[in-house]
Design a protein around this ligand. Structure first.
Ligand SMILES: [Cu+2]
Length: 508
């Protein structure tokens, strides 16, 4: 750093843009100094620190949300990375399975951490029970294809190639075997961090989070095994948008953790294949964002854009305890497609900074700590086994009601006078119990009288729910709070979906 030169350059630049004479801007503008000055690193041309020194090192690979420790090296090394390609069935949501193709057995794949100037010897092993050939394209590689051509690996084979990590930064890697989109959509991506020679500033916690969009033939949360849907993928119309490959991968007792007073760094990637992410943490402001995973940081950022096939690092300091919600702020993805994770901060309250209460109920709904969606999956499994009982449906419906209906009709079904009619002891329901699934699916608009009180409002349709979910919610409502009882089947729900009642809401 040469401040004098720096200011002089800046002054000239300012003078040039403003068309002023140089003598008028001899004094550096304190607001513009430093913060806007950009000294270049030299990129790949300055990233070769010579041949690797010492014994080869085995890279420590971690599964998400964990990040390997800093390399701590001051000289270039030969780093051996052995990554296994494993095709496996895993849950994508509660009671829903999907056949993922993985790097290292997880989605996203193992996190790789090296230092600029390191020579990476990459071993890609495709497991013998794989059905597909795979390869790897690392965005941190300088060379055509990023390693893809050198790493095409048939099931039961290993391929090996080497590269020198010439550019520092946070890079996505992914499979690039045709059909490329399908391999990525099935979970074949991860991150490789190439530390700058001096390393990154020390923080208290580091986490690995990666967004991806998923395409299943069934609806969001439709239970059972779900195959990949190529048409939805081509239309860029995902069923799920997820952090770390599974709905709820970082909620409840799997939430990320931190303590107040700590500095947290997130390494966030976006595997795509299609969507870009408007990454945001509800209740935090990023003190720093190394946008696009590069060398510069921006400060005081609310939401950062992460392109498909891109990454960013962000840092923030925890002041107030509670649940912080990681979302894609394209917000339907968070609350209706799964792009939601929790960072739970523990520590002493700090009412001077924030006097409010926990956000659990407001933002988390059925993802709040202590809420189990297990009864929903259990009911679906029982249905498949042909053993579904009314009690199974009621238990599942209770959970779904809490996540879908209780914001308006209240957890006790009593509604809110003059605004949301009661479902508890509703004479409207009693008069025609069959209408409940219809009202759920098509909404309700216009004047209605419930228990002697007039309502004239609009309930939005909830057609995003599956037939199973509608059947379970309706059965729960009919059997709660003194309502007349009865049972609504999946078939009843399908029939209700096909009939549009006269006073259906159009959603406005
Ligand atoms: Cu692949």
């Amino acid at each position: 750093m040469k401040p004098a030169v720096r200011y002089a350059t800046l002054a000239l630049a300012v003078a040039a843009t403003l068309g002023l004479s140089a003598c008028r801007v001899e004094q550096p503008n304190p607001a513009a100094s430093g913060a806007t000055h950009q000294e270049e690193t030299g990129g790949s041309a300055k990233g070769d620190f010579g041949p690797p020194q010492g014994e080869p090192v085995e890279a420590i690979l971690t599964s998400p949300p964990n990040v390997p420790p800093p390399t701590g090296r001051t000289a270039p090394a030969k780093v051996i990375v052995t990554l296994d390609v494993i095709e496996k069935e895993m849950p994508i949501s509660e009671g829903v399975t999907y056949t993922f193709w993985t790097f290292g057995g997880t989605v996203p794949g193992s996190f790789i951490r090296v230092r600029q100037g390191d020579t990476v010897e990459f071993h890609l092993r495709n497991m013998p029970d794989s059905k597909m050939p795979h390869n790897i394209d690392l965005h941190g590689v300088t060379g055509p294809g990023g390693g893809a051509a050198s790493s095409f690996t048939a099931p039961g084979h290993v391929s090996r190639f080497s590269f020198k990590a010439l550019n520092a930064g946070l890079y996505v890697y992914h499979c690039a075997t045709a059909p490329v989109g399908m391999h990525i959509a099935n979970g074949m991506y991860g991150l490789i961090l190439v530390e700058p020679p001096e390393g990154l500033p020390k923080v208290d916690r580091e986490y690995y989070v990666m967004q991806g969009d998923f395409y299943t033939t069934g609806k969001y949360r439709e239970k059972g095994h779900q195959p990949f849907d190529m048409e939805k993928a081509i239309d860029e119309n995902p069923t799920y948008v997820l952090f770390n490959g599974m709905e709820g991968s970082m909620t409840g007792d799997k939430a990320l953790t931190a303590n107040t007073g700590e500095k947290v760094r997130l390494y966030v990637g976006n595997g795509g294949p299609n969507l870009v992410s408007s990454f945001h943490v509800i209740g935090e402001i990023f003190d720093k964002v190394w946008y696009e995973g590069g060398t510069r940081f921006q400060e005081n950022v609310q939401t950062t854009l992460i392109p498909a096939g891109g990454a960013a690092m962000m840092e923030f300091h925890m002041e107030v305890p509670g649940s912080y919600v990681l979302v894609d702020h394209s917000i339907f993805r968070a609350f209706n497609k799964g792009a939601l994770a929790i960072l739970k901060a523990e520590g002493k309250e700090n009412k001077a900074i924030y006097s409010g209460k926990e956000v659990d109920a407001v933002y988390l709904g059925d993802q709040a700590a202590g809420t189990s969606r297990a009864p929903v999956a259990a009911a679906a499994a029982a249905h498949e086994a042909g053993t579904l009982t009314k009690d199974d449906q009621i238990a599942a419906g209770k959970v779904l009601f809490a996540g879908t209906c209780s914001t308006c009709h209240q957890p006790d079904g009593k509604g809110m006078e003059g605004v949301f009619p009661p479902l508890a002891g509703s004479d409207f329901i009693k008069a025609n119990p069959k209408r409940v699934p219809e009202i759920i699916l098509h909404g309700l608009v216009g004047p209605v009288k419930v228990n002697g009180k007039d309502y004239n409002s609009n309930m939005p349709p909830m057609s995003q729910l599956t037939d199973d979910e509608v059947a379970n919610i309706a059965t729960y409502v009919l059997n709660s709070w003194g309502n007349p009882g009865g049972q609504v089947s999946r078939e009843d729900a399908a029939k209700a979906r096909a009939t549009k009642p006269a006073n259906a809401s159009d959603g406005h």
